[in-house]
Design a protein around this ligand. Structure first.
Ligand SMILES: CC(C)(COP(=O)(O)OP(=O)(O)OC[C@H]1O[C@@H](n2cnc3c(N)ncnc32)[C@H](O)[C@@H]1OP(=O)(O)O)[C@@H](O)C(=O)NCCC(=O)NCCS
Length: 455
C-alpha cells in the first residue's frame, strides 16, 4: 500500500537527464532529498521515461508520469507489472495536462524570447493542495525542463494555501495553490524577453513587448485533478493508469507509425497485432496479416499479406515472410531464413542458422541461409538444419530432420529425413498414377529426385 501520510508530503519531480540530482523535491515546507520522497513525478521526454519509471519504482517510489509511460505496449505492461510487484502505483496523466506547453509552443516560437519568469496558479474550493502542487510541479517541469537548484516552500499552518518558489539559472518560477478560492481556476503566466503569455481555463493570450496581442482558445480541461484524486485514494481510474498509456500507444501507433515501429492492435494496413506482441522498428506487415500473443518480430522483418503468425513466435532480423504464410505456435525463424508465399510452418518446428555453434565462438558471420519455397509445408516439431533449400510444395513430416536440399513436391520423413513419396499441390500423397485425387493435377517424375506438374 501507499504510505498515504507521506504521500501528501513528499514529492520529487524528475525531468529527464536529472535522475541523480532531481530537479525538485518538496517535503513539508522544506527541500527534501530524493531518497526521502515517496512519490516521483516524472516529466521527461518519452524515450527516457521507461528507465526513469523503472528506477523510481525500484527505489520504492510511486510514480506519476506526465504523458504515456512508454512507447511500446510490452514495455508499458512490464512497467505496470513492476509497479504492482513492488506495491507501488504507476499513474500516467494525459499529456493534455501540459496542453500549456503545446498550446504555448507557437507563441514561444513567435517572438516570446527567452523565458524569464513563470507562474502557475491553481485555485479551487476544497481542492487538495498537495495534489495541486504535484500537478503544478509536473507542469513546471514540463515547461522548463531544467534542474532547479533553489527551491523554497511557504505553507500556511492549515496547508490550504501554498507557495513554492523556484529559482532556475535563467528564470524564476512560482507555484501558488489555494484551497480557499470559491471557483476552480488555473492560470499560467510566462514572461519572456519578447512578451507575456497567459494561459487560463478559457484562453491563451500573448502580449508582445511591442504591444501586439493574440488569443487562442485553451484546449479542453485536462483530467489531472480527477486522476490525482484517484491516485491518492488508491482507486484505479479506468481511464488513466496504464490503460491510458496502452490506449495512447495504440492510437498513436495507428496514427503515425502504422507498421514501422511500436505495437498496435490494428494498423491502418489492416494487420492485426495482439497487444502482447512486440514489433521492433522497421518492420512491415501486409494487409490482413495477424500476429498473436507474445510473438516478437525483430527489426526490418518483412511480412507479406494475409499471414498468420501464432503465439510465441520469434522472427529474427531481416527475415522475409511471403504472402499467405501460416506460422504456428512456438516457431523461431532466425536471421537467414526466407519463406516464399504460402509456406506452412507447423507448431514448434525448428529452424537453425549456424551449422556448428559453440557458445564461446562468435559465428554471426557464418549464418547459412535457408530458403523455403512457395507452398511448402513443414510438420510439427521438424528441424530444418540450415543451409538447405526446401522445394516448392514439398512436405516435411512431423518430427523429420532435414539435412539436405529437398526437391519440389517431395514428401520427407524420418531422421535424417528421406523422401518417402511425392505430395501434390493440395497436400495429398500421390499414388503410382501421379494424379492428385483432389485437384486432378497430373505430375510426372523426370528423374529420381524430380517431379514436375504436367501443364
Ligand atoms: C507425413 C504425413 C503427412 C504422412 O501422412 P500419411 O500420408 O497419412 O502417411 P501414413 O500415415 O500412411 O504413413 C506413411 C508411412 O510414413 C510413416 N510416417 C508418417 N509420418 C511420419 C513421420 N512424421 N515421421 C516418420 N515416418 C512417418 C508411417 O509410419 C508410414 O510408414 P509405413 O509405410 O512404414 O507404415 C503425416 O504423417 C505427417 O507427419 N503430417 C504432419 C502433421 C503436422 O505436423 N501437422 C502440423 C499442423 S497440426
Amino acid at each position: 500500500m501507499l504510505h498515504s501520510t507521506r504521500l501528501d508530503k513528499n514529492w520529487a519531480v524528475v525531468p529527464g537527464d536529472h535522475w541523480t540530482a532531481p530537479a525538485l523535491a518538496i517535503e513539508e515546507g522544506a527541500a527534501a532529498t530524493w531518497d526521502a520522497a515517496t512519490l516521483a513525478v516524472i516529466a521527461a521526454p518519452l524515450p527516457e521515461r521507461p528507465a526513469l519509471i523503472r528506477q523510481a519504482l525500484q527505489s520504492g517510489k510511486s510514480v506519476i508520469c506526465l504523458g504515456i509511460a512508454a512507447d511500446s505496449l510490452v514495455e508499458a505492461v512490464a512497467l505496470d507489472a513492476l509497479g504492482r510487484q513492488s506495491d507501488r502505483r504507476l499513474t500516467c496523466l494525459p499529456a493534455s495536462g501540459v496542453n500549456a506547453s503545446s498550446t504555448l509552443a507557437p507563441f514561444l516560437a513567435d517572438g516570446f524570447g527567452t523565458l524569464r519568469s513563470l507562474r502557475i496558479e491553481r485555485y479551487g474550493k476544497d481542492l487538495n493542495v498537495w495534489d495541486e502542487v504535484g500537478e503544478g510541479l509536473a507542469i513546471l517541469a514540463a515547461l522548463i525542463a531544467a534542474p532547479c537548484p533553489n527551491l523554497t516552500v511557504d505553507a500556511t499552518p492549515s496547508t490550504d494555501i501554498l507557495s513554492v518558489n523556484l529559482r532556475y539559472p535563467a528564470c524564476t518560477a512560482q507555484l501558488l495553490v489555494s484551497a480557499q478560492h470559491p471557483r476552480r481556476r488555473e492560470c499560467i503566466t510566462m514572461v519572456g524577453d519578447g512578451g507575456r503569455i497567459t494561459w487560463d481555463n478559457e484562453m491563451v493570450t500573448f502580449e508582445s513587448a511591442a504591444g501586439r496581442t493574440s488569443t487562442t482558445p485553451t484546449p479542453p480541461q485536462n483530467r489531472y485533478v480527477a486522476a490525482l484524486t484517484a491516485f491518492r485514494k488508491g482507486v484505479p481510474d479506468p481511464g488513466l493508469d496504464i490503460a491510458y498509456t496502452l490506449e495512447a500507444i495504440r492510437s498513436e501507433t495507428r496514427a503515425h507509425h502504422p507498421v514501422a515501429s511500436g505495437n498496435m492492435r490494428a494498423s491502418v494496413t489492416g494487420a492485426t497485432v495482439h497487444p502482447t506482441a512486440w514489433i521492433d522498428s522497421g518492420v512491415t506487415i501486409g494487409t490482413d496479416s495477424s500476429i498473436w500473443h507474445f510473438s516478437h518480430i525483430l527489426s526490418r522483418v518483412q511480412i507479406g499479406r494475409n499471414v498468420v503468425i501464432g503465439q510465441n513466435v520469434m522472427i529474427g532480423p531481416d527475415v522475409q515472410v511471403g504472402d499467405n504464410c501460416k506460422i504456428q505456435n512456438n516457431v523461431s525463424l532466425y536471421k537467414g531464413v526466407t519463406l516464399e508465399d504460402g509456406v506452412f510452418c507447423g507448431p514448434s518446428c525448428v529452424f537453425t542458422n549456424v551449422n556448428n555453434p559453440r557458445a564461446h565462438i562468435e559465428r554471426k558471420n557464418e549464418f547459412r541461409h535457408t530458403l523455403v519455397k512457395r507452398g511448402a509445408s513443414i510438420g510439427a516439431n521438424a528441424t530444418i538444419v540450415c543451409g538447405n533449400t526446401l522445394g516448392a510444395y514439398c512436405f516435411i513430416a512431423a518430427g523429420a530432420v532435414i539435412t539436405s536440399d529437398v526437391p519440389d513436391f517431395a514428401m520427407m520423413a524420418g531422421v535424417p529425413a528421406r523422401r518417402i513419396g511425392w505430395m501434390s499441390h493440395a497436400g495429398v500423397k500421390l499414388g503410382p498414377d501421379l494424379t492428385c485425387p483432389i485437384e486432378g493435377r497430373r505430375y510426372r517424375q523426370v528423374s529420381p529426385d524430380r517431379l514436375e506438374e504436367i501443364s
